[in-house]
Design a protein around this ligand. Structure first.
Ligand code: PXP
Length: 241
């Protein structure tokens, strides 16, 4: 079974929009873990507009009550990010080549160019027992390179897969992802996947059992609204009656 790590950035975004601690990140994480999710992911960006660095510390404390479950912290390895991750010691850290003000992650690492910067960062995180994942475009030829800089896993960037899912290109694009995943496995890497995955498209990607973990945030939050909205509106109408 593929592990599900629920990305709680959108919970942080909602919370931050009103200046109150509501919704509470830890309550939502706890509910998620109680339901059986394998992990919680956050992606604290330098402006902390979604998850904050403090969330990383708080979630780590919560996860201690759930042995065997995992905290995954994603982000660009700048000085502050690394300071927090090395202190928090999550089970997994996913390194992403984000610009500070980027709306969302939109490309994988160019390892040929960035390998000298990545190698010591990966080693430092691993010294603390943290599993290190590199966010990668689905290019089979680049997987051995990810292994050579010391990564434990790659996370395949799945926006292109999600975009193709409802088009005629779906199977062809899925093959590209499966080939990249296979190349990663053959290079000795584990394979995660994420970005724009949802209830409809996630099954096919994981069907061939190459993917160890998916992290899903945006669609999961929207789907929670879609599937919960009617119920809550009815409850309010009940109160008004
Ligand atoms: N992986 C990475 C590296 C991301 O930046 C994000 C978005 O924060 C995700 C996965 C999850 O994407 P989504 O929110 O579309 O599920």
């Amino acid at each position: 079974m593929t592990h599900l790590s629920v990305n709680l950035n959108k919970i942080g975004l909602l919370r931050n929009s009103r200046g109150r601690d509501y919704p509470n990140m830890l309550t939502m994480a706890q509910r998620t873990l109680e339901l059986g999710a394998f992990g919680i992911t956050i992606h604290p960006r330098p402006d902390q507009r979604h998850a904050t660095y403090q969330d990383a510390y708080d979630l780590k404390e919560l996860l201690k009550q759930y042995p065997g479950r995992e905290l995954n912290i994603e982000g660009f390895p700048d000085e502050k990010f690394l300071e927090v991750v090395l202190e928090v010691e999550p089970e997994q850290c996913t390194l992403v080549p984000d610009d500070p003000n980027q709306l969302t992650s939109d490309h994988g690492w160019n390892i040929g160019r960035d390998q000298d910067a990545l190698r010591p960062v990966i080693a430092k995180l691993q010294e603390k027992g943290i599993r290190v994942v590199l966010f990668m475009d689905p290019v089979a030829d680049n997987m051995a390179l990810a292994k050579s800089v010391g990564a434990d896993r790659v996370e395949l960037y799945t926006e292109a897969y999600a975009n193709a899912y409802h088009t005629e290109q779906r199977d062809e694009v899925n093959v590209t992802y499966q080939e990249a995943a296979q190349a990663a496995l053959e290079a000795g890497l584990g394979v995660n996947a994420g970005h724009d995955l949802d209830l409809e498209n996630v099954g096919l990607l994981c069907a061939d059992k190459r993917i160890t973990e998916v992290s899903i945030g945006h669609a999961l939050t929207v789907e929670a609204l879609e599937f919960g909205w009617d119920n809550v509106v009815k409850k309010y109408l009940g109160q008004m009656a």
